[in-house]
Design a protein around this ligand. Structure first.
Ligand code: ADE
Length: 254
């Protein structure tokens, strides 16, 4: 399938994985980003931090696809859970992604990316199914070894679940329960919000590139979101990404 790209917005979301790669990786800088090239679980991998927001993510995705012979893109990191029952510590796998701040009304319907005829960019169904299994296995088999019980309890994580559905991206950190509820009302089936996935999805759609987006829920996009997000990113997020990406790469080898 060619080289697999593993992308996250922030270092904290990927450092476990980057540490793993460190032993084999070489590093190149392009467009101000460091691209780590190596091999994991029998796959050629390129790992990169996208930076935060849709433009940074689109630049990263474009550079990856133009320069690194990529055959699939895995985007991982954290998100604000907005759907019913989507709790801190759960994992959300995108089956489709939407840019929630795209609004060119009255010229085009709300959320539609002008001249594409679409508002929802699909993730690759096969990769998403593998990602779901990888996430379920990571939660059931790896989490307890990666994050100690006291830390999970402190974050209120118990019996975390995997959800598959719609993820919305925008150049906004959502920290307002009313706003989160409005987005859920406007985008039926919405599970989580973040700031990059749908931009990468648009780039991948233009290139016919398979994409999976997997996000761990760090906060509930409410008044506590900034506090919860900061603590979660620092202490837990990279452990999740690490075991999930490893399991997904293993599944891709099988
Ligand atoms: N990433 C993690 N939490 C988020 C939130 N509440 N809003 C936007 N992006 C996020």
């Amino acid at each position: 399938m060619g080289r697999i790209a593993v992308v996250a917005a922030m270092r904290e979301e990927l450092h476990g994985f980057l540490d793993d790669m460190g032993r084999t990786a070489s590093k190149e800088t392009r467009a101000g980003r460091e691209f780590f090239l190596g091999e994991i679980a029998g796959h050629e991998v390129v790992a990169v931090l996208s930076g935060i927001g849709k433009v940074a993510a689109a630049i990263t995705a474009t550079t990856l696809l133009d320069r690194y012979g990529v055959g699939a893109v895995l985007f991982t990191g954290v998100a604000g859970g907005v759907g019913d029952g989507v709790r801190v510590g759960d994992i959300v796998i995108a089956d489709a992604l939407v840019q929630h701040d795209m609004d060119a009304r009255p010229l085009f319907p709300r959320f539609e990316v002008p001249l594409t005829g679409t508002s929802r960019f699909a993730a690759d169904a096969q990769l998403a199914a593998l990602a779901r299994t990888a996430a379920e296995q990571a939660l059931a088999l790896d989490l307890a070894a990666e994050v100690d019980a006291a830390t999970l309890a402190e974050f209120g994580v118990s019996a975390p679940r995997v959800h598959a559905g719609l993820i919305a991206s925008g150049d906004q950190f959502i920290a307002d329960a009313g706003k989160a509820a409005q987005l859920c009302a406007d985008l039926p089936g919405l599970l989580a919000v973040e700031m990059e996935g749908a931009a990468v999805a648009q780039v991948c759609a233009d290139h016919g590139m398979p994409l999976a987006v997997m996000r761990t829920v760090s906060d509930r996009a409410d008044a506590h979101a900034a506090f919860d997000f900061g603590r979660f990113v620092e202490r837990v997020a990279s452990r999740y990404s690490h075991v999930f990406v490893r399991r997904l790469l293993d599944a891709l080898s099988a």
